[in-house]
Design a protein around this ligand. Structure first.
Ligand SMILES: [Ca+2]
Length: 226
């Protein structure tokens, strides 16, 4: 109970800090459907293991007030390899997503639950409401436009969506936060937290031909200290 209270207090402070300086542009965006540069905002689904560490909560709160984003959904992801992970790690992420949306007055944004378990092979999807939302929103994109899926945890939900409906591949732009890159010997490593939580899912993204995939490595994100 005390933990829940601290979590809620933290989320309240976080949402006020993020919302305060963006309320002006947000009103303009909501009134016109376009951002201040008069271009259409990016259609975006955020897929996050929100309850694992505090960084995802900051990213989500900031994204929710960004006029350049048209957020089509906020999905929850599992984080089962963390030492203190509960059995329902996706449920904890889901609860934090719901708390954040409620505190920011954004509960109308669709917020489906992701899979609580990783893929058991790179050929077998883990169906979930989150994976189905990615499929649904990808198909809604106008011709020539893509849905951006920003993955802040393991790629279970996105990879499962691709396996369940491969026809969405040309409609997706996947942004993945994970892997290490060693600058000295120019080698990549999959022994990184997000990837360890579902290595099969990342392999699906890497092995899907012609999939638009952007990766920010943990090597880079670790250096981004504000
Ligand atoms: Ca994360």
């Amino acid at each position: 109970m005390i933990k829940d209270l601290y979590r809620r207090k933290f989320l309240e402070k976080l949402t006020w800090a993020c919302a305060g300086s963006f309320l002006g542009p947000l009103t303009l965006h909501e009134a016109t459907g376009k951002n201040k540069n008069n271009v259409n905002p990016i259609s975006l689904i955020i897929d996050a293991d929100t309850a694992n560490e505090v960084d995802d909560a900051f990213a989500i709160a900031r994204a929710l007030v960004e006029p350049g984003f048209d957020i089509k959904g906020l999905c929850s992801a599992q984080w089962h390899t963390q030492a203190n992970a509960p059995n329902d790690s996706v449920g904890r992420s889901q609860q934090m997503n719901e708390d954040l949306l409620a505190l920011m007055g954004k509960s109308a944004i669709t917020h489906p639950m992701g899979s609580n378990i990783p893929m058991v092979s790179p050929f077998r999807a883990q169906p979930s409401p989150a994976a189905h939302l990615i499929i649904e929103e990808a198909h809604k994109m106008p011709k020539g436009e893509k849905l951006t899926v920003l993955t802040l945890g393991p790629a279970t939900n996105t990879a499962s969506a691709l396996l369940l409906d491969p026809s969405i591949r040309p409609k997706l732009r996947c942004c993945y936060l994970g892997l290490w890159y060693n600058i000295e010997d120019q080698t990549w490593s999959k022994r990184e937290f997000n990837t360890d939580n579902d290595p099969n899912a990342l392999n699906v993204l890497l092995n899907t031909q012609s999939l638009e995939l952007e990766i920010m490595t943990a090597t880079t994100s670790k250096a981004l200290v504000f």
